[in-house]
Design a protein around this ligand. Structure first.
Ligand SMILES: CC(=O)SCCNC(=O)CCNC(=O)[C@H](O)C(C)(C)COP(=O)(O)OP(=O)(O)OC[C@H]1O[C@@H](n2cnc3c(N)ncnc32)[C@H](O)[C@@H]1OP(=O)(O)O
Ligand SMILES: CC(C)C(=O)C(=O)O
Length: 524
């Protein structure tokens, strides 16, 4: 019947048909052509490009896709069991080298009685006549008993057998409303394999919806029971909760080859770019936590996982990001990160801090991460640079901020209240003693001026501010602000830098760093 090896799964992508049926996902012809090209590059076997009778635009899209890509994949058009639908589908796929017509007719009692208002005899007769009509013009005909899973088993077997006799070479078993569980879907496919006498003359296909979040699991169960075509969509888009996601099925088969023993023709490195394209063309984006292709699929934010990843990626990743088209693993720095990840990122950024410097930068990092959702490389570099710009000071900085409080507004006098920690002077008799806490408050023209005045008073050095530059290190409302000050103190110009999400604090830190320099000279 076919030279397809028994372990080769046919990937039937219906992003452009069932996927497009999901609210907000309709695509124009140009967009469909772009997606079709990406699907060919991805290596899908069949592209269901649309429902040609639905509109002239859909007919045109299927026809153009067949003409342009019909030599790279089988191009399929959907049709109801109506002559007009079937003829439109035949004509739409005609320009391609490999065309398929997919006819469907619901078989479950609820659809027969309430939607179609047809008897079982009429259903069989209409299905057979429609497959035969398609078969007269196209070799490759697929038949779907819509809502197959909720169809009486004997009747399902009868329809499938007669559709195959009429010429269907693929019989698709839709779980149209996503009702089956994996075991139940396995059972129905197995039952068809065992009970339909001519089943070997057709490929059994799965078509599972995600209403209960079971589409991928049901599809895989169908394959285990003997199905060899899967109908799926990129990002799992489709009617209501969507269809089985192509990327999930393909990566499950690849990652668990040991279990399934099945192969596909998909170039998995194209999964992520194709997913992004579909997300952008449909305007739906790709959910961050989407399996395989979401941004978080290969991102780790918690310290224990990051430490494990640095020691051996297999601790927390079952697939390689490169295998699905990501550049690499992302260790996201934030409040859950530990020392291992922060140190590794500093090394990547070209810094080799000694233990003392690292401890200080890590403390500032944790403080920052508590205020900011994500700490970017630029933030980390700014913390490191702020620390390094204090280099050259004798030993550790003598003065550091314990707490800072300011008040200001359109009325009232701006004030600053500061607590500074004075480290015991290195080499002094009490060099190993306890640090001293100093408190003072001051007023000023604004909160920053008030801070500077309080700092001068506590440290006992007068300074003249020459320059004050503030800039944002990264973007966003919670971006880190960097303040650089130049001031004249102790007979010369001094530079200081401070970073914080609060620019008043950044200013105070910058001023303090410059005063620490003047103080170090004074001590010397
Ligand atoms: C499970 C699935 O995904 S099925 C595919 C769903 N996709 C779509 O519906 C694509 C977009 N649809 C459309 O553009 C339109 O609905 C069309 C062009 C298909 C039909 O439009 P209309 O002729 O206006 O019919 P309408 O949509 O109101 O009703 C559907 C008719 O098709 C009938 N029908 C439904 N399925 C089938 C079938 N497989 N075979 C034959 N007739 C069918 C219905 O019983 C109904 O018939 P009625 O008008 O005699 O009651
Ligand atoms: C047309 C058929 C295959 C379908 O989309 C469904 O049953 O969900």
């Amino acid at each position: 019947m076919s030279d397809r090896p028994d372990d080769r799964v046919v990937i039937f992508d219906t992003t452009l048909r069932d996927g497009e049926q999901s609210p907000g996902c309709s695509m124009n012809t140009d967009e469909k052509l772009r997606v079709a090209e990406a699907l060919c590059d991805l290596g899908v076997d069949v592209i269901e490009a649309g429902f040609p009778i639905a509109s002239p635009g859909d007919f045109d899209a299927v026809s153009q896709i067949a003409e342009r890509f019909g030599d790279r994949a089988t191009i399929c058009g959907l049709a109801r069991c109506r002559d007009g639908d079937i003829d439109a589908a035949i004509n739409a796929v005609a320009k391609g080298e490999r065309g398929r017509v997919h006819v469907f007719l619901a078989t479950s009692a609820i659809h027969r009685e309430h939607k179609l208002r047809m008897s079982t005899e009429q259903i069989v007769e209409r299905a057979v006549a429609s497959v035969q009509r398609a078969k007269e013009k196209v070799d490759d005909v697929e038949f779907s008993p819509e809502d197959a899973y909720r169809t009486e088993r004997d009747f399902l077997c009868e329809v499938v057998e007669k559709a195959i006799d009429a010429g269907a070479t693929t019989v698709n078993i839709p779980d149209t409303v996503g009702y089956a569980t994996p075991q139940q879907y396995f059972d129905v496919i197995k039952m068809l394999k065992e009970s339909v006498p001519n089943i070997d003359r057709a490929i059994i296909s799965t078509h599972c919806h995600d209403d209960l979040g079971l589409a991928a699991a049901n599809t895989l169960a169908g394959l285990e029971a003997g199905a060899r075509q899967v109908e799926c969509t990129i990002n799992g888009i489709g009617e209501r909760a969507g269809n089985a996601a192509l990327e999930e099925i393909v990566m499950a088969l690849k990652t668990r080859q040991d279990h399934f023993g099945l192969t596909t023709g998909i170039n998995t490195r194209k999964l992520s770019p194709t997913s992004r394209l579909v997300g952008s063309v449909t305007g739906q984006g790709v959910p961050r936590n989407k399996a395989v292709v979401g941004r978080n699929a290969f991102a780790h934010a918690s310290g224990i996982h990051q430490d494990g990843m640095l020691k051996n990626p297999a601790t927390y990743e079952i697939m390689k990001p490169e295998d699905v088209g990501f550049i690499g693993t992302d260790l996201v720095l934030g409040k859950h990160s530990g020392r291992a990840a922060v140190k590794a990122r500093l090394t990547e950024l070209g810094y080799t801090p000694n233990d003392e410097t690292f401890t200080e930068v890590f403390d500032r990092f944790i403080d920052l991460a508590d205020r900011k959702k994500e700490v970017f490389d630029a933030d980390l570099a700014a913390l490191m640079e702020a620390k390094l710009s204090g280099a050259g000071l004798a030993n550790r900085e003598r003065w550091s901020i314990k707490s800072l409080h300011t008040s200001s507004g359109t009325t009232g006098v701006p004030t600053a209240t500061l607590e500074l920690i004075e480290a015991p002077a290195a080499g002094s008799p009490d060099g190993d003693g306890e640090p001293t806490i100093h408190r003072d408050a001051a007023i000023g023209d604004g909160p920053i001026d008030a801070c500077f005045n309080a700092l001068e008073r506590i440290i006992g050095i007068e300074a003249r501010l020459e320059d004050f530059v503030v800039k944002s290190v990264t973007r966003g409302k919670d971006a880190l602000g960097q303040v650089d000050v130049r001031l004249y103190a102790g007979g010369r110009d001094r530079h200081g830098r401070g970073v914080s999400t609060d620019i008043i604090e950044a200013g105070a830190r910058a001023f303090l760093q410059a005063l620490n320099r003047a103080d170090a000279d004074r001590q010397a």
